[in-house]
Structure formats: C-alpha cells, structure tokens
Write a protein that binds this ligand. Structure first.
Ligand code: BF8
Ligand code: SF4
Length: 631
C-alpha cells in the first residue's frame, strides 16, 4: 500500500487518542475503552440474536437444551424479530429526522429563522409532486410541498411517492415482491406489530418486512430529509475544509455541534458568525469563535458552510478530553450519554436541545423553530462566557489535521464527471462520461463507504484501509457519515490523494479535479447515493444489480445502519459488512440475509470481520459484475 508523507496515518491518529486517554486517566474520567472492558464478556445470546424479551414470560434464551422460548418461538423467529425491530427503529430515527425538517419547511417564512435557500430545488420537487407554482408566493409553494411530504408519513393508501424515482425494473420488482413501502409510519408500526408477542415467527417474512421498512427510510424519510434540507439550507457544492481534532483552536471559543438535525446546527453557525457575537468573544479575550462539528452534524454543516469537522462517532469523548471545548451542543442520534458525566471533569457545557434526546446532567434548551435564532445566540453567548473557565495548562489539542474537499451531492458529481468530455458547463448533466469511464475500465467501479465506528474493531482502521485499497484498484469511493470523516482524517478527501490511486482513477481525478473519495454528506444522504446509482442504471440501460457498484459498512453499529443496509439491498446493491448482524444464532437468518434476499432483490450481504479479506471480496465482486456485463 502506498504511503505518502503528509497523509495522517492510523498510527498517528492512535497516538493522539492514546495521549487523550492518558488525560482521562489522570482525571479518573471514564471513556468508552473502560466501559468496553467492563462489559466483557459480552452476552453471547444477545450477540447471536437468540435472547427474546418481547413479552414478560421471558426473557427466553435459545440453547441446544432449550431450542424454543416459552411460547414456542425458535431461534429463527427470535433472531428475525430482533433484526426487524432494529431495522424499524433505524427507519424511525432517520424518518423522524426527515419529518422534523419537513415541519421546519412548513414553518419557513421570509422574516423567520428559516428561509427557502434553494428555490430551484423546491420548484423541481413541486413539479414532481404536481404542486401549482405559477403566480404563487414561493412560501405558499414551500408549505404545500412540506404538507405533501408530511402526508407521506401517514397516508392511508398507496405507496411512497419517491419510489417513482427508481428504475422501472425496481418499481415492478418491489410491487411484485410485496415490499414497496406504504406510508412511512405504517411500515414502522407494521414491523412492531408483526414482532409483537404471538405474531410472525416466519423468518423469511420478517426479512421481507425488514426490506420494506428499510425502504420506507431510504426512499421515504431519509430522502425527504435530504430534499427538504437542501431546499432550506442550500444544495451543497464542493468546498474546502479541514478535519480531525486539530481543527480546535487554542485561542478561540470552541463550540462543537454534534448529532444529525441541521435545523439546529445551522442556527448555531449563523449566530456564531454575527459581528455581535464575534465582538463579544473578543471582549472576553478570545481571538474569535470556532464552530466545529462531530458525527453527521459535522457532515451537514461542512457541506454547506465549510464548518470544520472535529471527528466521528468514537471521537466524541476525545473532543471533550482536549480541555479546549467551551460547549458541546447536541440534537439527536449517536450521542454518548457519557458526555454528561465527562463534562463534570471539564469546564465544557454539555447542552441538549431536543425532546428526542434528553440526557441527565445536561443543560436542556429545547429548540423551537419560531425562536431558533435567539436560542442559538443565547447558547453561543453562554459558550463565550465559559471561555475564561478553560484551564489552559490542561489543554491538549492534537496537531493532526487534514485538508479536505467536501460536498458532492448527485448533481455535483454528475456535473464534475461529465466535465471529463463535455466542456460546456451548461449542457452538463449526463451520466454517460461516468458510464464510459467504468465501461472502458479506467474506473473499475464504485463503492459507497458508509457507516459508523464500532469498538469491536480498531476504530477507523477498516474504513481507511479499505478505501485505500479500493483507490489503488481504480475504484471510485463515495462516502457519507462517519466513513466520510475517517477518510477526511486520513487525508483521502484531498485533491492530491489521487497520488494514492491506481492510474485510471488518478487520471479521472486529474481531469475532473476531484478527490478519489467523494464526500456525499450525512447518513440520511445515502438516499442521494440511491439516486446516483439509479441515474447511472437508467442511462446505462441495465438494472442496478448488474452495475459494478456496491456498498460497504465495515464498522457499523447503529440500528440506522440496519435500516440503510436493508434499503441498499432492496435497491439491488450488494452490501459488504465488517460487523456481523446479531442473527448468528439462526442458520436460517444467516442464509436469508446473505443469500435469501438475492432471490427477492438480486442483492445481499457479504460479511467478513477481516477488512483485508472484505476489500478483496469487494474487488472480486466488482470484477465479477464487470465480467457478467462483458466489460
Ligand atoms: O448517522 S455513521 S455513528 S453519526 S449512525 Fe452515527 Fe453511524 Fe456515525 Fe450519523 Ni450514521
Ligand atoms: Fe419468550 Fe416467546 Fe415471550 Fe419471546 S415472545 S419472551 S420467546 S415467551
């Protein structure tokens, strides 16, 4: 593997983390490493998905001596029901986030905290949904579009509107297989109903519903979240930024926004950029206000404002351990409750803002659409006031930081790749150049790298090693979520990361002026990836399953990842996992998720805990698809 000076290595990242861990030990502060140790050995029944506590006759655990729970449910039913519940919870989380954004759009106004930033995007969606736009106030259009979006959550009849964006083959297949999602909330409720005591015990039926509830996320709630976020805050465009803990500033007020809902973080960014707040920070002896992001909030804010990214999931405690953070304010999802206790060891204010995510010991400021800006300004002021409490002799900010180019939604990728052969900017918009590059073998294929960190594996190692190996093999990477942040920290979003690539990918990166790993946003933006693949399939004239394009989540941990994996597979895209889904105690479930779904959607999971073996199987899978296409 090529190593070039200037790119942060995983060992350098680990050295920074080790120093921060020492600080934690000096303060007797507990971190995830300590809790992981005290959790050992982790429960084997839970790990294998064969512990059931769905009713109070249980918990029932499957063993050779006791192969069925008290009601008679076997390992396949128990593991299948648990798997479906994970997919449903993940779908609920993403979709509820999408719903919140829809409500914000519904309340958007010219003189309120939230306005419509991308009118073109709104008008396009209005046209798609048959909303009248001629001679209408843009905010009336916005409110009607939001209204229709909100109805998608609970409409009594029909299937989701966004399914019509898929290829005809997919739409027919989903209908024929009975997995086309109806209203979003209905699929979540149906999943809970089916897994309620005394209902479905047929593992295949449970897996089919997992695909369906997953699609309610990817082709429903998440897609809506992405669309409405772009309308409200602007469709991202490529821009430069930086990543890793080195983005924290020793002489500025550091405020970290963490979570997922951009409606919240956008306001904090806007408030921190006001002259009034900057002057106030200066009056308190700081050189300025430095907003940095963690997790998917970082991805959202960086794509639209260039806000720098402090890190991903397993770095959240490390950010506080630097001792340089005046405030961590969070909205929803992937937030360690541990931050609250850890904040007791530092001057850091830990602020929660959503009724969905209440954490004991935090400062709770419930964000409201109507007063969002004033509330954000209040929080920024609180952080500035806290600057003088920083214990300067205890601060350790790691120096490793990487430059990055971020913000490639579908349109941007199409436009950029189209630039390989088409120099007329205004005509751009065809997938042909991307297809030609794949067809000719200049690019062997593409991989969507997604998902979290998981203490079960060396943090970020799998992400980075897999991406580097793909790049060397002329495979373009699109990344989102914590995978995108891992790439950022390793420098793979730098334009000169093309030096780490094979000749073909390097040529494309040089011609087009893109990095070999394209940052596509937060996890809800994986819906963008579905549309990108759909666009390529339509222009190519083949079904999605035949394209040399796959997904990979080597370090996933969240229920949201289970929902995502289900809609990716339902869309016909093979998904490579580095962490085993918790169904190993059922041979039938293992067969269903790796092979069984192929009979339904043409795709399935390939699971391998060894990242090197996993990337080899990805490359082999891509080459096999190329062979079958005759290219
Ligand atoms: O939604 S990748 S750890 S931050 S779940 Fe969470 Fe996983 Fe990160 Fe974003 Ni996605
Ligand atoms: Fe046990 Fe059946 Fe109740 Fe589950 S649903 S806890 S297997 S009795």
């Amino acid at each position: 593997m090529r190593e070039i000076k200037g790119f942060t290595t995983i060992e350098e990242m680990e050295a920074d983390a080790a120093r921060l861990k020492e600080i934690a030990c000096e303060l007797c502060a507990e971190t995830w490493e300590d809790r992981k140790t005290s959790q050992q050995p982790q429960c084997k029944f839970g790990e294998e998905g064969i512990c059931c506590r769905i009713c109070s006759m249980g918990p029932c655990r499957v063993t050779p001596k006791a192969p069925r729970g008290i009601c008679g449910a076997d390992a396949h039913a128990i593991a299948g029901r648990h798997y479906l519940r994970m997919a449903a919870a993940g779908s609920a989380a993403h979709s509820d986030h999408g719903r919140e954004i829809a409500h914000v759009l519904h309340k958007a106004s010219r003189d309120g905290s939230y306005q419509v930033k991308d009118e073109g995007r709104l008008l396009a969606l209005a046209a798609e949904w048959g909303v009248e736009t001629v001679d209408r106030d843009i905010y009336d259009v916005a409110h009607e579009v939001a209204d229709i979006g909100l109805m998608e959550y609970g409409k009594p009849f029909g299937t989701l509107k966004f399914l019509e964006r898929a290829t005809e083959e997919r739409q027919k297949l989903w209908a024929a297989e009975g997995i086309a999602p109806r209203a979003i909330d209905r699929e979540v409720a149906t999943s809970l109903h089916m897994t309620n005591m005394g209902n479905t015990s047929d593992a295949e039926v449970l897996v089919r519903q997992s695909l369906r509830v997953g699609m309610a996320d990817g082709w429903g709630g998440s897609m809506m979240g992405t669309e409405f976020t772009d309308i409200l805050f602007g469709t991202p465009t490529a821009r430069t930024t930086q990543g890793n803990l080195g983005v924290l500033e020793a002489d500025q007020v550091n405020i970290i926004v963490h979570g997922h809902d951009p409606a919240f973080s956008e306001m904090v960014v806007v408030a921190a950029e006001t002259k009034e707040m900057i002057d106030y920070a200066k009056s308190k002896g700081a050189a300025g206000i430095n907003i940095a992001g963690l997790c998917c909030t970082a991805n959202e804010a960086t794509m639209r404002h260039g806000v720098r990214m402090a890190g991903n999931f397993l770095q959240q405690e490390n950010a506080m351990l630097t001792g340089a953070v005046e405030m961590i304010c969070v909205d929803v999802q992937c937030i360690f409750p541990a931050l609250s206790r850890l904040a007791d060891c530092f001057h850091t204010k830990f602020v929660t803002t959503s009724p969905i995510c209440r954490i004991p010991g935090s400062i709770y400021v419930e964000f409201k659409t109507e007063t969002a800006f004033e509330q954000a300004r209040g929080l920024v002021e609180m952080a500035i006031d806290n600057y003088e409490n920083r214990k300067r002799d205890k601060v350790f900010i790691p120096t490793h930081t990487q430059d990055a180019v971020v913000g490639y939604p579908c349109d941007q990728i199409i436009r950029e790749l189209d630039g390989v052969t088409n120099s007329h900017l205004e005509d751009r918009g065809s997938y042909r150049p991307a297809i030609d590059a794949i067809r000719s073998g200049v690019l062997r294929g593409a991989v969507a790298m997604v998902g979290c960190n998981n203490p079960k594996v060396r943090p970020d190692y799998s992400h980075i090693q897999i991406m580097k190996e793909l790049m060397e093999n002329d495979i373009l990477v699109v990344a989102s979520g914590c995978a995108a942040q891992a790439a950022t920290k390793a420098g793979l979003l730098r334009l000169d990361a093309k030096e780490l690539c094979g000749d073909g990918l390097k040529r494309v990166c040089t011609l087009v002026g893109i990095p070999p790993v394209l940052h596509m946003g937060a996890c809800v933006d994986i819906s963008r990836m579905m549309l990108l693949v759909t666009g390529i399939a339509k222009d190519w004239g083949v079904d999605v399953t035949r394209l040399p394009i796959v997904g990979c989540a080597p370090e996933w941990m969240s229920e949201k990842a289970v929902a995502i994996a289900n809609y990716v597979v339902a869309t016909g895209i093979d998904t490579y996992l580095g962490i085993e889904p918790q169904v190993k105690g059922s041979t039938q479930m293992m067969e269903l998720i790796t092979e069984g779904t192929r009979k339904i959607t043409g795709a399935g999971y390939i699971i391998n805990k060894d990242p090197h073996a996993l990337v080899e199987s990805i490359i082999a899978g891509i080459e096999k698809k190329r062979g079958l296409l005759g290219i």
